[in-house]
Write a protein that binds this ligand. Structure first.
Ligand code: PMP
Length: 328
């Protein structure tokens, strides 16, 4: 076993994990990139580290500086860890529709958390826009700007994509994952398409997002929601996502996602969050469409620990007609 240097040195190089239950169901190899094993607990550690490093490289961030971000949670968690290791204060704006667990973790990690009302992106009081304005006002501060800062997708082009390629020996037929900022899908797909343009790239979208329609029709028109998923779906095409070669999209509803997450918990021993559920449902759909004998890779983004009060709360599910799946 290798030794890794510090927090930053522990980001990435995650295992690729076979999910036997889904392989049996499809006759395909269904493999999940275990991003929940990053040291901050999610796929967003990579983006956090790359964005901070790029800001340092450009000279915008250095000793005495601070990092400001608007985030639904996991990017903030990654940034808080990275900032603690490098000695930067971390200020996080987040919408008030996110799980309390994520707010609590961010505070415990020492971030200055500012929970603001949930309003659409076009509104000047949107959490991302508030973060950008605050960073501009604060001397020596940078706005990480995960949605439109392409250091985010670079993280996945430079690390996640090459790792998946090496771990499969290039023998994969499709890659699918859901999109928040688009950094993961855009970076991984760019790398894989360069290696083999026949690898099929499929965007997985929850309900209440515009990206399914964007892929299918070219118009970013919202589908009816809502969805209980967190951190994925978007009403717009970010700079990270723009220009990405995407072959197809699938839409996954919350009921299928919930059943997937609970089946993995009860039958396979995994405790995953909602975006991982969406990703695995999409991987199964892609595998079934392609037929037996194919290899489909997706992303295991984070664990269920942050969703105790939502996805793993029976009352919460029942109120949304998502019950009757938690029978041991
Ligand atoms: N899953 C989870 C749990 C996330 O927090 C995020 C990021 N918001 C994503 C998936 C989507 O990743 P990306 O931003 O790279 O599209």
């Amino acid at each position: 076993m290798e030794t890794r240097n510090g927090f930053a040195g522990s980001v990435g190089n995650t295992p690729l994990i076979r999910i036997p239950m889904l392989c049996e169901a499809t006759g395909c190899e269904i493999l999940g990139k275990a991003e929940f094993l990053n040291p901050g607990g999610s796929v967003k550690d990579r983006a956090a580290l790359w964005m901070v490093r790029e800001h340092e490289k450009s000279g915008a961030l250095g000793p005495g500086g601070a990092v400001v971000e608007g985030t639904a949670g996991n990017t903030g968690i990654g940034l808080a860890h990275v900032c603690n290791e490098r000695g930067y204060p971390c200020i996080i704006y987040m919408p008030d529709n996110q799980s309390q667990e994520k707010v609590d973790i961010l505070k415990t990690l020492g971030a200055d958390v500012r929970v603001v009302p949930t309003v659409p992106y076009r509104d000047e009081m949107n959490y991302q826009k508030q973060a950008g304005r605050y960073a501009a006002e604060l001397p020596n501060a940078v706005w990480a700007n995960q949605f439109d800062n392409t250091a985010n997708r670079l993280a996945h082009y430079a690390s996640t994509g090459p790792e998946i390629w090496a771990q499969t020996g290039g023998a994969l037929d499709a890659f699918t994952c859901s999109v928040g900022t688009g950094g993961t899908l855009a970076g991984v797909s760019r790398y894989l398409k360069e290696r083999n343009p026949n690898i099929k790239i499929v965007l997985a979208d929850p309900h209440g997002s515009a990206l399914y329609n964007w892929v299918k029709t070219g118009e970013a028109v919202m589908t009816p929601g809502p969805s209980i998923t967190e951190g994925i779906g978007n009403s717009r095409v970010t700079d990270n996502l723009a220009g990405t070669e995407i072959d197809d999209a699938v839409q996954v509803n919350d009921q299928d996602m919930v059943e997937m997450v609970y089946a993995l918990l009860r039958r396979q021993g995994w405790f995953f969050g909602s975006s991982t559920g969406i990703n695995l449902c999409a991987a199964v759909r892609v595998a079934k469409e392609m037929g037996a004998g194919h290899t489909v890779v997706t992303v295991l983004t984070d664990t269920g620990h942050k969703y105790q009060s939502s996805l793993f709360n029976q009352e919460f599910l029942a109120q949304r007609n998502l019950g009757s799946v938690n029978q041991p």
